[in-house]
Design a binder for this molecule. Structure first.
Ligand SMILES: *[C@@H]1O[C@H](CO)[C@@H](O)[C@H](O)[C@H]1NC(C)=O
Ligand SMILES: *[C@@H]1O[C@H](CO)[C@@H](O)[C@H](O)[C@H]1NC(C)=O
Ligand SMILES: *[C@@H]1O[C@H](CO)[C@@H](O)[C@H](O)[C@H]1NC(C)=O
Ligand SMILES: *[C@@H]1O[C@H](CO)[C@@H](O)[C@H](O)[C@H]1NC(C)=O
Ligand SMILES: *[C@@H]1O[C@H](CO)[C@@H](O)[C@H](O)[C@H]1NC(C)=O
Length: 517
């Protein structure tokens, strides 16, 4: 065959493959979440705040339990002027005829430890950790969507304070309660009370009238309990999350801002698509979320538009997806036993300032092996072939019994149970699944709409299992986007927006597992 013909054939083949690929996505994948592509005109947003080990510890003064929700419906009746053909469809409505109906009241949001719930089905625990879990389920019951056979609740905004006071026994060690923390590891803490919950203020969703009526609202606040936000920030920590509609697409635009401070140098803020019910990544109570069905590797995709406006400094571990799940070292799904359950996270960090700790001269921070796109296993000691720069770091679960040397154990305190982390960086190895191929892609000045084959990527990652055990089902109960500003006491600020978020799973067949518990 001459050059011309082979080129033509090749081009044809490419077209066929392209068509097949797009057909697969459009025809056989369906949304797994209650707010596909964020197009719901009604607001379904909740906020949870976690201490260092994803609990409450103590509530902030006068704030109640750190679980809040803004679930508001936009009710519009046909216009009196007879103008019923509304451009933009049912998502965005004409003014004059609209009302907002709040399903969650201020009284609900202020509920704090020991307070009786308005609904007698929920128990007024006197333990702040148990109360928060119960409040999350109560608020969820007010927000519940009834438009499908599986229930769904709300997006989850998660805030976490990285301070850890080693003089307290608030956090277990790899899930084990200890009477005293003995560790050589260092954690930020300015003194007693450093693990406090934040002051949270709430702009309840209200109607704004642009071309069409839509809702706008938000949560904001600070960890500095002595801050007066009216008077200005002045070196205090700050967070803010607001939602408003993109009037041309109908998607929510979720705008986020996070600032660390001297007293609160390590803060996290994520927008989470969590399992509607059951455990979700890092949380060992039955929580509430927006994923009606849970995605399973290798068959699922995530779409979102991300604009990073400010990076948050060199320690800002910005996650163009942090995915979380839980399974035991023998491959069994988690069942709530914190001694044997292990939280598994994989995170792609897109801050170009983040370097690779996994290097030929530092194998301890690499997973034992890498799986190439065609399934080939490349050991970390194969220095000419292992893609070190595709990894930031790997660390192993603290309760694993058969680890391959050399290894590093993940922080044993920052989760309710042992955890395993696979942190990856933009690299051609991952770009085959739609992820950034090099540093800087998707970063400041490079806002993009991503279609990430998260299922295929997560299927290739190394996760620890006991030798000879059946591989765990990789079912992901939490898909997050946001940043973890790691210890930055000078006051670093990150700012970003997320829209068009969707989770796509195969229609019918594989995937679509319900959460346990
Ligand atoms: C913990 O206790 C030690 C010894 O009493 C004390 O020096 C230190 O300041 C305490 N740390 C905090 C965070 O309170
Ligand atoms: C809350 O409302 C105030 C006043 O309208 C506004 O300045 C602020 O940006 C809003 N914040 C959020 C997070 O919605
Ligand atoms: C907060 O600052 C505002 C503006 O400076 C001031 O009017 C208000 O009294 C302050 N509130 C408190 C509790 O200090
Ligand atoms: C609304 O969406 C369009 C299409 O994706 C985008 O070009 C535009 O920038 C968005 N508007 C805002 C305010 O984000
Ligand atoms: C590399 O690591 C593998 C797996 O741990 C081991 O079997 C092999 O002997 C190592 N090769 C060298 C040259 O050290």
């Amino acid at each position: 065959m001459g050059f011309f013909y082979s080129t033509l054939l090749f081009t044809l083949l490419l077209h066929i493959c392209d068509a097949a690929a797009s057909l697969t996505i459009q025809d056989s994948y369906v949304s797994a979440i209650g707010d596909p592509g964020m197009r719901n005109p009604n607001a379904r947003f909740a906020l949870e705040a976690w201490n260092f080990c994803n609990e409450v510890g103590n509530e902030a003064p006068l704030m109640g339990s750190p679980r809040l929700a803004d679930c508001a419906d936009l009710h519009c009746s046909p216009s009196l002027t007879g103008d019923q053909d509304i451009p933009g469809g049912p998502l965005l409505r004409k003014r004059s005829t609209c009302k907002v109906h709040h399903k969650v009241t201020e009284v609900d949001n202020r509920l704090g430890v020991g307070d009786r719930f308005p609904d007698g089905n929920y128990k007024a625990y006197t333990d702040p950790d148990l109360y928060a879990a119960e409040k999350e389920r109560y608020l969820g019951s007010l927000c519940e969507g009834h438009d499908s056979t599986e229930p769904w609740y709300h997006w989850m905004i998660m805030l976490k304070n990285g301070n850890f006071d080693k003089n307290t026994t608030l956090c277990p060690e790899n899930g084990r309660k200890v009477s005293k923390i003995v560790t050589g590891r260092n954690f930020p803490c300015f003194g007693e009370g450093c693990m406090n919950q934040p002051l949270v203020y709430h702009n309840y969703s209200r109607i704004v009238y642009g071309k069409h009526a839509s809702l706008i609202g938000g949560f904001y606040g600070t960890y500095d309990l002595d801050a007066n936000l009216t008077a200005g920030l002045d070196g205090k920590s700050f967070f803010s999350v607001s939602w408003q509609k993109n009037l041309s697409t109908g998607s929510w635009i979720v705008s986020n801002k996070l600032t660390t401070s001297f007293k609160y140098p390590w803060l996290m803020l994520y927008l989470r698509a969590d399992a509607a019910e059951g455990f979700n990544g890092g949380y060992h109570y039955s929580g509430r979320g927006i994923m009606r069905k849970l995605p399973e590797s290798p068959n699922f995709k995530v779409k979102l538009t991300l604009e990073v406006r400010q990076g948050g400094g060199s320690n800002s571990q910005f996650y163009l997806l942090d995915i979380g799940s839980c399974w035991k070292n023998n491959g069994d799904p988690c069942d709530g036993d914190v001694l044997t359950d292990v939280t598994r996270y994989s995170e792609m960090i897109i801050n170009p300032a983040t370097s690779s700790w996994c290097r030929p001269d530092n194998l301890v921070s690499c997973p034992p092996y890498h799986v190439s796109p065609n399934g080939e296993i490349i050991y970390r000691n194969d220095t000419s072939r292992f893609p070190y720069s595709a990894y930031h770091l790997y660390c192993a679960p603290g309760n694993a019994n058969y680890l391959e040397k050399p290894y590093d154990i993940c922080d044993p305190y920052s989760n309710p149970q042992a955890q395993e982390l696979v942190q990856i960086l933009p690299h051609p190895e991952w770009a085959v699944h739609g992820y950034p191929s090099k540093k800087g892609e998707g970063w400041i000045g490079d806002a993009r709409s991503w279609e990430l084959d998260v299922g295929a990527l997560s299927n290739r990652l190394y996760f620890y299992q006991d030798p000879g055990t059946k591989p765990a089902k990789r079912v992901w109960s939490s898909l997050n986007v946001g940043t973890e500003i790691y210890v930055s006491s000078q006051g670093a600020t990150a700012e970003w927006t997320v829209s068009d978020f969707d989770v796509l799973i195969p229609e019918g067949g594989k995937g679509g597992v319900r959460a346990v518990l």
